[in-house]
Design a protein around this ligand. Structure first.
Ligand code: NAD
Length: 477
């Protein structure tokens, strides 16, 4: 594919190669190698660290007003380039081009939101015990940040870290996703073209463990932000803890979607099927455990199977396609293993349950029913186009199942009872709960999990706080 770029590192304001052998990029719709990405060695990382330190000194002196102006300008570059970036993203990641387009525009919105938040980083004045004392709390940027972002949303996982960090006045070394590097690099290009000083935002790719093992303990880095699996998040959080570094962890989930007898079932089917199969299910907040109250179970299952079968799977560049391939071969293998295990445990395949063809990483939208709780798919994050639909009898039983797992990222519920809605808000253990609609992941809303799904938020004003130190200044006047 001639229109897919060769992706470079961005260190100290310069786009350049790394000292290690370049990494090949595969189009998940065809298995074809479409390009390569530069691979950072330790020397490249040391340069990125040095320039991030200088970049921090420069950028933290910019006023909030100037930072906001520059961020708005970067957002506009993304909007202007949406068609080019969306095509790149679909080529490397697989999602339908309409999803790539909306991801790019959402990234621009996120930058705009954090640009405005930069101007509202107020601090506070605390009334003193004596008239002669003035006590103020100011917010200062925490310092250079090491940010690690994954391949499922090449722009939107990165932009939450980069935009909030830059808005706060931090410099950033972003380790982008090696499998989907080109669209992520466009985020960095937008900031560079907007006039961000050299060294403030650096981009590296390489061997993830080598990069995190070098950056996290390094004294220049003051904060870590990671999005990815719980297993890796725990390792990185432990390393950060050993070096007393601030951490934000946005990890895995296994979201319950609870549909009560009194729900608008057609609405629930339509919205939940859209949320389930978007990005081929490779979404940390995707609904995965569908808990349906007994009276509407059959109707929901029937409707959900029809919705899954109505999805057009294919190359994301084709206009009529509504679900692309999985992003890599590992995910297809995982889907095959989870399905086989569910069936071996006594589960039934209501639809799908198999790979499509042997070129590209296509897997049928899959609905499983009658799956016992011990099956792997009801315990491990599927991160793919598999929905498990199970009946429940009482409110208490639904809550028990919803809260059973160590995860606590997103949860969904459908009910027309105000009493049930209020009780769910109290009882469901998750960082986010969306009732009767899909309302997550807007830049102005907190975004993050509890329990094994991580800590810290990547949205709303809470996201900015992760990049600030609070400093108390008390003076006698
Ligand atoms: P993985 O666990 O190897 O990698 C997940 C992410 O972490 C990737 O972006 C990878 O580059 C990064 N990573 C891995 N080891 C690292 C290290 N030592 N230091 C720094 N970064 C590291 O698995 P995978 O096959 O790429 O993805 C599969 C699982 O990851 C999924 O099942 C899902 O649970 C999780 N995942 C979650 C998200 C999310 O949005 N929370 C995104 C991507 C993947």
């Amino acid at each position: 594919m001639s229109d897919y770029p060769q992706t470079q590192l961005h260190i100290g304001g310069i786009w350049r190669d790394g000292s290690k052998e370049r990494i090949s990029i595969v189009n998940p719709a065809s298995d074809a190698i479409i390009g390569t990405v530069a691979n950072a060695g330790r020397d490249d990382l040391d340069e990125a660290l040095a320039t991030a330190a200088t970049g921090f000194t420069v950028w933290s002196q910019f006023s909030a007003f100037e930072r906001a102006k520059l961020l708005h300008s970067a957002a506009q570059f993304l909007r202007d380039r949406v068609e080019k970036i969306a095509r790149m993203m679909t080529l490397e990641q697989g999602k339908p081009v309409a999803e790539s387009r909306s991801e790019t525009l959402a990234a621009a919105d996120t930058i705009d939101w954090f640009a405005e938040e930069a101007r509202r980083a107020y601090g506070r004045v605390v009334p003193a015990r004596s008239l002669n004392v003035r006590q103020i709390v100011i917010k200062e940027p925490v310092g250079p940040v090491a940010a690690f972002s994954p391949w499922n949303f090449p722009l939107n996982q990165a932009v939450r870290k980069v935009a909030a960090g830059l808005a706060a006045g931090c410099s950033v070394i972003l380790k982008g996703p090696e499998e989907t590097p080109a669209s992520c690099a466009e985020l960095v290009r937008a900031f560079a073209d907007a006039g961000l000083p050299a060294g403030v935002l650096n981009l590296v790719y390489g061997v993830p463990a080598d990069i995190s093992n070098h950056l996290i303990p390094h004294p220049i880095i003051r904060k870590i932000s990671f999005t990815g699996s719980t297993a890796v998040g725990k390792q990185l959080a432990a390393l950060a803890g050993a070096h007393m570094k601030r951490v934000t962890m946005e990890l895995g989930g296994h979201a319950p979607a609870i549909v009560f007898d009194d729900a608008d079932v057609d609405l629930a089917v339509r919205i939940l099927a859209g949320a389930k199969f978007r990005n081929a299910g490779q979404v940390c907040v995707a609904p995965t455990r569908f808990l349906i109250q007994e009276k509407v179970y059959a109707k929901f299952l029937d409707g959900f199977v029809k919705a899954a079968e109505a999805i057009t799977v294919g190359n994301g560049l084709d206009d009529d396609v509504t679900m692309g391939p999985l992003a890599n071969g590992r995910r297809v293998e995982a889907m095959e293993e989870l399905t086989a295990d569910a069936v071996a445990c006594g589960g039934k395949i209501a639809t799908g349950g198999e790979r499509i063809g042997n070129q590209g990483y296509f897997y049928r939208p899959t609905v499983l029913s009658d799956v016992p709780l011990g099956a792997r798919v009801l315990n491990e994050e599927p991160f793919g186009p598999i929905a498990v639909v199970s009946p429940f009898s009482t409110y208490e039983a639904a809550i028990e199942e919803a809260n059973r797992l160590p995860y606590g990222l997103a949860a969904y519920a459908y009910t027309t009872s105000a009493k049930t809605s209020a009780a769910l808000g109290r009882d469901v253990q998750s960082g986010m709960l969306s009732i009767n609609h899909h309302g997550l992941a807007l830049p102005e809303l907190p975004f993050g999990g509890i329990k094994d799904s991580g800590y810290g938020s990547e949205g709303g004003t809470e996201a900015m706080d992760n990049f600030f130190n609070s400093k108390l200044i008390t003076e006698s006047i």
